[in-house]
Structures are given as C-alpha cells and as structure tokens.
Design a protein. Structure first.
Length: 448
C-alpha cells in the first residue's frame, strides 16, 4: 500500500508512473487511460440533492391543515441541505391543495407556502425541482382519483396547472419543472393511462410552459418528464400497457422547442422496487439503471433520478454507491439525482438529523444536528464539494482522496463481476481491469 505522504512530495505524473509499475509488477496488463466523460449539459450540469417531503402528506385530506395534515420544510433544514453541498431540492406538493378547482385560481395560502420554500432554497444557492406529487391523478371533492385525460380531469386542466406555475417562475432558471410524480397506469376507477396518451399530455404541458417564455432573452426553465408505471428506471424498456407499448417507445415522441428537458425516473433498490422495505436486493442498484442508460444514449436523451432511497445496512449502501457511481460514470446522459427523503416528520429512509424531527426551525437551529447513518456512511461524501459539486468516482474507499488505498481496493477486486455496481468497476462494464486502473490514475489526488 502506498503512503499518502507521497502525494505531497512528487508530481501526479511521477506517482502515476510509480503506481503503474508497482501494479503491473509480475503481470502483464494493457493500460488504457480514458478521458473523463462530459456532463449531460453544461447549462444544467450534474446536481445531487434531496426530496424535501411534507407538503404532499395526507393525500385525500384536502385542503388539510399545515402542521397537522402536512408540514413545510424549515429554513434550518434548507440551510442544512445547502451546508452539506447539495445542489438541488425536489419540492413535492399536492395539486389539490394548490388548485382546489381544476383550471381555477391557486389557493393563496398554499401557494405562499410553496413560494416561501422556493425563495429560501434559492437564497441558499440551490436549484428547486417543483413536483406535483399526484401520480397523474386528481381527486375531485368527495370522489376517488381520476386520471389526467379522463372526462373528469381533462388534459387541459394539467396544462393550466403548468401554465400558471411557469408564469410565476419563468424568470428564474434555477427553478426546474417536474411535470408529475410517478404516473400510474390505472386510476381509482380502473381507467387506463396509456403510454402514448401520457406522452401527448406531456407535450401539451411543455408547449404551454414555453408559450410563457417567449421573446428575446427569455428564460427557458429545465423540464423533467416522467414516464408511465411509476416512471421506474428498471421497467422503462420492458413494462407495457394494454396496447403493448413501453415508455421507451412512447416517450420518444416527447418534444420541446427549447430542447431543455430530461426524463425523470425513480429507482428503489428493495425486492419489488417499491421503496417500502429496508431489505435491499444486490441486483437493484446500478444494474437496474443499465437498460434505461443505454436507451438514453442511443436516443440522444438525458435522464435524472428523482427518487432513490434505501435502508441503512451494508447491502443497501452497496446498491446506492453502485448506482451513484454508475450515474457519474455515465454523466454524458445522467444529470443527477435527489435522494428520498428528508422531512420534519418521521418517514422511512429519512436523512433528517435524528434530533430535529417535529421541531421548529428555531429549535433545530439551536441543536447540533445528529446525523443519520445513511448521511454519514453514504451521502455526505456525495454531496461534499459545494452546491452541485461532483463526487470523485474513483475514490473507492470514500475518504475524499484517490490514493494507494483505492489502488489496493481495485487490485483486490480485479476480474469479472456478474453485476454492475462494484465500486472498482469505474467504466461500468462488469469487469475490473486495466481500463479502470487507467481511470483511477487519471483521477489521482484529492477529490473535488
């Protein structure tokens, strides 16, 4: 194992030569130093953050009462996110609370809560991802939920929602428009939402958004577009509606006159991909992102992982690290992720400091945050480096430096691996070999 002090006494080039000679001693290896891949889009970049859950809680209780049925992110929580180096906060909200009457005026009080949260997040230097957390449905008073596109909830109502939101935030490029959380195939009345129908509704909403952004120099907010079937990354190319159509086929029809959109997918790593269990499946991390990633690259599209979360145990940590590494390795088509979740109320997978739950912002500010195991073990080093900063993917052991310890870990993992996600497989080809060693040497030194 090489001593870290070597980095202080020699140039990086000298180190690479010495390490290469040592690694190759007694064996023949072909070393290929690959160039780092470009980010998905320099205007959007690669952003890592969190879902600030709470405003969407108590689905079915509308309008509900703040701090009784639903809760707002506090200024202390938002400051904590920024201090960890997060670059984006996904802000779920309930469509019915914001717009109690379809195509009607926004509720002033609830809109004020959203605007307050957005302003605080932006003031802390982070982007905001607006998220109507409605599963492609809307609950009319006294009824179950109807699909967008049904006679009860026409597509024009969905378009109206986004025209109004876009009008409010059309001058702030730091506000990203997530069209809908996790569209589902069947509504509460057994009516199907087909993939091609959903793509058409997305196009209508996108067009309405762009209609608010006309004229020379107009801001063009980024738009995130989900697919059907809970927009699962793992099912994007395989699950079909009753016409036999997949998201992979239907969503190619999505268009944007500004060309500033990405596809938002979600990926949980428990056995049924639902995000309801602390028990993780070793094949549901990076491996579950592979087909969607191939689809993105083959079709010149960009992806964003809007939700990913897991229990606090070693299998889950390996799944998450594998998925995060995989996205960074493929950052030509991935633009980042937001972890599920943090909330002032106790929820599964929460990364809220454990002594902050159910406390006011002032009380939170007076307490030294007791961080969760998930934050200290996996997420802190991902977020580190400033808002939107990229993690050093070659830092295999997670100590914020690529050095001899990482080289040793790579050599120990040398050879074939049946699943994506091994931390030493830097180029994600299910094999740790000379190409990965080249990438490690190219990134030698302190992480950014």
């Amino acid at each position: 194992m090489f001593n870290r002090s070597l980095r202080r006494n020699h140039s990086r080039a000298t180190h690479r030569k010495a390490l290469l000679a040592a690694a190759c001693a007694g064996s023949a290896m072909l070393i290929v130093v690959a160039a780092p891949q470009a980010s998905a889009d320099t205007a959007f970049g690669f952003h890592m953050g969190v879902n600030a859950a709470g405003m969407e809680f108590s689905e079915g209780t509308f309008p509900g009462t703040v701090n009784s049925n639903y809760v707002l992110p506090t200024s202390s929580e938002i400051g904590y996110y920024a201090g960890k180096g997060m670059g984006i906060v996904r802000l779920p909200f309930a469509w019915e609370r914001l717009q109690p009457t379809l195509s009607g005026a926004f509720d002033a009080t609830y809109l004020g809560y959203i605007q307050q949260a957005v302003a605080t997040i932006r003031a802390n230097g982070m982007m905001v991802l607006l998220d109507p957390h409605n599963y492609s449905m809307y609950r009319l008073s006294g009824q179950n939920r109807h699909h967008i596109g049904s006679s009860s909830v026409p597509a024009s109502a969905f378009v109206d929602l986004w025209k109004r939101l876009a009008t409010l935030y059309k001058d702030d490029a730091g506000v990203v428009f997530g069209l809908m959380n996790e569209p589902v195939q069947w509504d509460d009345y057994g009516e199907e939402l087909q993939c091609s129908e959903w793509a058409g509704y997305c196009n209508q909403a996108i067009a309405a958004i762009r209609d608010t952004q006309t004229g020379a120099g107009a801001t063009q907010n980024w738009i995130l577009v989900p697919g059907n079937f809970y927009t699962g990354a793992w099912s994007w190319t395989s699950t079909t509606d009753t016409t036999g159509t997949t998201n992979a086929t239907a969503m190619l029809a999505v268009t944007d006159s500004a060309g500033k959109f990405a596809f938002e997918v979600h990926q949980y790593v428990d056995s049924n991909y639902s995000g309801t269990s602390d028990t993780c499946d070793a094949s549901h991390g990076a491996e579950s992102l592979a087909n969607f990633t191939t689809w993105l690259r083959s079709n010149g599209r960009i992806g964003f992982l809007g939700e990913i979360g897991a229990g606090s145990n070693s299998v889950c940590y390996d799944d998450l690290n594998g998925a995060f590494d995989f996205m960074e390795t493929n950052s030509d088509v991935w633009s980042g992720w937001t972890y599920w979740a943090s909330s002032n109320w106790a929820i599964q997978f929460s990364i809220e400091p454990t002594n902050w739950a159910y406390q006011s912002s002032a009380t939170q500010a007076s307490l030294t945050p007791v961080e969760t195991e998930m934050m200290t073990t996996v997420l802190s080093r991902r977020y580190a480096g400033g808002a939107g900063g990229a993690n050093c993917a070659a830092d295999i052991n997670g100590d914020r430096a690529v050095d001899g310890a990482d080289l040793g870990a790579m050599l120990a993992a040398w050879g074939d691996h049946p699943l994506l996600g091994n931390r030493a497989d830097l180029d994600s080809n299910r094999r740790v070999d000379g190409a990965d060693l080249g990438l490690l040497l190219a990134r030698w030194g302190a992480c950014n």
